[in-house]
Design a protein around this ligand. Structure first.
Ligand SMILES: NC(=O)C1=CN([C@@H]2O[C@H](COP(=O)(O)OP(=O)(O)OC[C@H]3O[C@@H](n4cnc5c(N)ncnc54)[C@H](OP(=O)(O)O)[C@@H]3O)[C@@H](O)[C@H]2O)C=CC1
Ligand SMILES: O=C(O)C1=N[C@H](C(=O)O)C[C@H](O)C1
Length: 270
């Protein structure tokens, strides 16, 4: 059984992970955290995560304390800033990590890369197996279709999502740019006003927000007289959670380094 700490257990993903890990024979939850000052600190972790039967484990507000019970892996879906702080704590204690948080910038990502010198870290904006298959397919489609198609990425998420565009949309755009020989300067995040004709190199990335949408991503390849749409729709957070548990089992056996879901799933880079 993998000795696991889950951070941010009151969150949409934290509570999903608590439920899935608890019901798996392969995991034992040895620590659960919430933000400093959260009213659930000190409460039973099952209660904090809105589950039934108590776990007999109190929520703590400091990851160092949660790691005291000999954790092998931390699964962290909180925020980029919190994940960086958690990664430093894990690096100091030699504990592997799965980070599902999004909203990283160059600096916060670099700090995770530094921590991954001493511990294995899976950093994945989307842990669903289905989305990662779509990312692979999008890269391959772009490579095969070549330059004659206008490529756009559209994502839709619930009204509570804080970062935009989604980490998955950014990953899709990066992968598409890689396949098409383009770079970050070719990504277009908004259009407004007298913008003139679309340039051939652009990769558009647009975001919608509303209601309780779990997460939807479409890559459009607009051609002359035809178009291809590649869509993934998540209707439950369980697929993110199951993918994260799979990543946790995998990362606990790895050497220090920075990995993503393509590594976990054994995909060849296209
Ligand atoms: N990789 C993937 O497949 C997926 C990634 N995500 C990403 O995961 C992250 C979380 O998403 P979601 O669960 O919807 O968001 P929520 O806001 O529901 O959950 C985040 C949780 O983290 C807690 N938190 C924040 N800072 C800390 C801290 N320093 N220590 C402990 N807990 C902390 C929050 O507490 P409080 O409420 O008190 O602030 C909250 O409980 C986002 O970045 C999201 O984009 C989401 C779904 C799938
Ligand atoms: O915040 C969310 O909810 C999600 N975030 C991830 C992202 O930013 O890509 C993944 C998923 O689509 C849900």
């Amino acid at each position: 059984m993998l000795r696991t700490v889950i951070t941010g257990v009151t969150g949409r993903m934290g509570s999903t992970l608590m439920r899935l890990a608890r019901s798996s024979r392969d995991f034992t939850i040895v620590g659960a955290t919430a933000r400093q000052g959260s009213p659930v600190v000190g409460l039973d972790a099952a209660l904090a995560a809105r589950m039934g039967e108590p776990l007999g484990l109190a929520v703590v507000d400091n990851l160092d304390r949660a790691l005291e019970a000999g954790a092998q892996v931390v699964i962290d879906f909180t925020s980029a800033e919190a994940s960086v702080a958690h990664a430093r704590q894990c690096a100091a204690k030699g504990v592997a990590m799965v980070i599902g948080s999004t909203g990283f910038n160059a600096d916060t990502r670099h700090q995770v890369v530094e921590c991954a010198r001493s511990i294995p870290v899976v950093l994945a904006p989307n842990t669903s197996v289905g989305v990662n298959v779509v990312i692979q397919m999008a890269a391959e489609l772009a490579r095969v279709l070549g330059q004659g198609f206008d490529v756009e990425v559209l994502e839709t998420h619930h009204r509570m999502k804080k970062d935009s565009p989604s980490g998955t949309a950014l990953r899709l755009a990066e992968v598409l740019a890689g396949s098409l020989g383009r770079n970050s300067e070719d990504l277009t995040f908004a259009r407004r006003g007298w913008i003139g004709p679309r340039s051939e190199r652009e990769i558009g990335v647009q975001a919608l927000r509303g209601g309780d949408v779990v997460g939807e991503h479409t890559v459009f390849f607009f051609g002359e007289g035809e178009r291809i749409e590649l869509t993934h729709r998540a209707t439950s957070r369980d697929q993110f959670g199951k993918g994260a548990l799979r990543a946790a089992e995998w990362v606990a056996r790895q050497r220090p380094g920075l990995y993503d879901m393509a590594n976990v799933l054994g995909f060849q880079r296209t």
